[in-house]
Design a protein around this ligand. Structure first.
Ligand code: ADP
Length: 401
């Protein structure tokens, strides 16, 4: 079975065509600047190419992707009907879905109704779906895989806020959590690696990338997570502030003359380690600047790792223990010094890192815990696309049964 995985953003669209026999991507790429001047597609299949072409909308982008996939020179399939199904990444399930679902008209309608919970991302995801409906052969099954779904197992005490309960009931204001596919994937990989049943493990997963979130996974279920009502909550990120005293919003509005939405844009796009350092949102740039003595770059790194460390401790407390800490995503997989700062000095909790193993670059899973560490510390490359493809395959197989 070949599954096309689509991750549609507002002006971009990433894709992978995954052969489920090997679970490997046989082609992947992305369209950038959709709806803008200078749009292009970067595709790697039989060959890697960059195709500059106008893409006024997502439909045009999907058409270009499909053309690339069947192209005689750089394509990997001979006709579109070789695509057995499409898996779409969708940001928000609201409280309507706790797992991946077949995208029927009714489901798509429910997803549309949840747009107000993710106004920046959900419309783009939905546009990706309708573009595929228009361009792919009729009847190609499509599945929605939600970023929030894995966290639907959180207990009420972890997801409600201390506000009038009616605001939760009436407006669904609560913690949802994001990066669910990644937290699920790496926690399952960790259990496999440790040769244990996920049911018997307490795991803290640290997804540290452009956006970062940390989750507590007890017995294979997410019981808490740092991102919140929106992906602005939790630890500081590249350009997002992470959690703040909410009173700061009004204060900032007054000082800068912002409207509330301008203020949120400021907290989403101009804050985080980029705002704190004044250098960059990229941790490689921060490390280089800090090395040259830039105080604010070092401070941004310290604020980030200190916040992550506190979540590791908090979630161990929340679960009444921890057996394994996992690092994943761009920073978690590649930045040894961030990992070290997050988990050093946690010997009192049974967490001990092997500094040399931590510095090694390993293909696949890297166990960086010291021999005598009670808690395993693992670096696990995430693969959200594979989660989407696996869920899609399972649902589509169910349809045929
Ligand atoms: P996204 O959330 O866009 O998927 P990623 O998980 O790819 O983000 O993470 C991207 C971030 O990871 C970059 O902004 C950078 O800060 C960090 N990163 C990537 N590679 C490295 C590296 N070799 N060393 C340190 N940080 C890295």
């Amino acid at each position: 079975m070949k599954i096309l995985v689509i991750n549609a953003g507002s002006s971009s669209l990433k894709y992978q065509l995954i052969d489920m026999e090997t679970e490997k991507a046989i082609a992947k790429g992305g369209c950038e600047r959709i709806g803008l001047e200078g749009s292009f597609l970067k595709h790697s299949g039989k060959k890697s190419v960059t195709i500059e072409s106008p893409m006024p909308n997502h439909e045009a982008a999907i058409k270009l992707v499909l053309d690339a996939l069947v192209d005689s020179e750089h394509g990997v399939i001979s006709k579109m009907s070789e695509i057995d199904a499409v898996g779409h990444r969708i940001v928000h399930s609201g409280e309507d879905f706790n797992k991946s679902v077949l995208l029927t008209e009714k489901v798509i309608e429910i997803c549309k109704n949840n747009t107000e919970l993710a106004p920046l991302h959900q419309p783009a995801n939905l546009t990706g779906i309708s573009a595929c409906q228009k361009v792919l052969p009729e009847g190609t099954p499509m599945v929605g895989v939600f970023d929030t779904a894995f966290h639907s197992t959180m207990p009420e005490k972890a997801y409600v806020f201390a506000m009038p309960y009616e605001d939760y009931k009436n407006y669904k204001i609560r913690r949802y959590g994001f990066h669910g596919s990644s937290h699920r994937f790496v926690s399952e990989e960790a259990a496999k690696y440790l040769g244990k049943d996920a049911k018997d493990l307490k795991i803290v997963t640290c997804h540290l990338g452009n956006g970062s979130s940390i989750s507590a996974i007890d017995g294979g279920k997410s019981v808490d997570t740092s991102m919140s009502f929106t992906p602005l909550g939790g630890v500081p990120m590249g350009t997002r502030s992470g959690e703040l005293d909410p009173a700061i919003v009004e204060f900032l509005c007054k000082k800068h003359g912002f409207s509330v939405s301008e203020c949120l844009n400021y907290l989403n796009k101009k804050s985080g380690v980029a705002g704190l350092s004044g250098v960059s949102s990229d941790f490689r740039d921060l490390a280089a600047a800090a090395k040259e003595g830039n105080h604010r770059a070092q401070l941004a790194l310290d604020v980030f790792t200190y916040s992550c460390k506190k979540y590791v401790g908090a979630y161990a407390a929340a679960m009444g223990g921890v057996d394994c800490v996992v690092f994943t995503a761009g920073i978690g997989e590649h930045d040894a010094s961030v990992r070290y700062e997050v988990i050093k000095d946690l010997e009192f909790m049974g967490i001990k890192v092997d500094a040399d193993k931590n510095k090694q670059n390993v293909d696949g899973i890297n166990d960086i815990s010291a021999q005598d560490s009670r808690v395993k510390v693992l670096v696990i490359p995430t693969n959200e696309e594979l989660v989407i493809a696996r869920d899609t395959q399972e649902i589509v197989k169910g349809l045929k049964a």
